[in-house]
Design a protein around this ligand. Structure first.
Ligand SMILES: [Zn+2]
Length: 225
């Protein structure tokens, strides 16, 4: 299994990531797709039920797909999974699916990548109810500092929405956060992860090499390596 090396750009969450020189990415596979970690033995993957693609008819089948891949060593985390108030089935079904996946994450001792849109109360409620020992990463984050701090206070990590993090106005949020909980991602966009690193390094007033080392340490902590 390949792991990120010092000097690599780490793209923590991609869909259809392309290997480029010096880039390490984690490919996110969704249970409704016909792709599993078994198809990409050398590729670091996450696997989970995305709330958008969940419904009452496919719930059991998708959950079985998640349980079927838990043994693969290139499965780095469960997810993306979570809540979306704008798209997907009723919150109750999203909660059931999310809680089941949290239980799997706890059982196999692998962390979780979370998709959460306008459902922070629901997310915090599950966290409070299940007391997870595994780490959680909120991907595509674009909230304010207060929300970020609330998530961090629960031990969570944040990876920022690519389209938010490259805008000048995200600098204030980035500066205000502890650097030991952050990740960067392209999430299947055409944006180059290197462009995101450049922008964030400049916001944080550090070099790209420093940012790379920070995110590599975060990677090793998050995945318990
Ligand atoms: Zn995604």
């Amino acid at each position: 299994m390949n792991l990120p090396q010092p000097g690599d750009y780490i793209d923590i969450h991609t869909h259809g990531g392309k290997s480029g020189s010096g880039v390490f990415f984690i490919e996110n596979l969704m249970a409704h797709e016909k792709r599993t970690p078994e198809d990409f033995p050398e590729q670091a993957c996450t696997f989970g039920i995305h709330p958008w693609f969940l419904n009452n008819n496919n719930y059991d089948q998708l959950l079985n797909c998640v349980m079927a891949v838990t043994g693969f060593s290139n499965l780095f985390a469960i997810g993306e999974s979570g809540f979306d108030k704008f798209r997907g089935p009723a919150t109750e079904l999203q909660r059931r699916s999310f809680e089941e996946q949290i239980a799997i994450s706890e059982e196999i001792k692998k962390p979780v990548v979370i998709h959460c849109v306008r459902a922070w109360d629901e997310l915090f409620a599950v966290h409070k109810k299940l007391h997870p020992k595994m780490k959680w990463l909120i991907h595509g984050f674009r909230g304010n500092t207060e929300l970020a701090m609330q998530l961090l206070s629960k031990g969570m990590y944040l990876s920022f929405w690519f389209d938010f993090v490259i805008r000048p106005e995200s600098a204030k949020l980035l500066e205000s956060l502890p650097k030991d909980r952050i990740f960067l991602e392209t999430d299947g966009s055409d944006l180059d992860i290197k462009v995101i690193y450049e922008k964030v390094a400049s916001d944080l007033d550090i070099s790209i090499d420093e940012l790379k080392s920070i995110i590599l340490i975060n990677f090793n902590n998050f995945f318990n390596l």
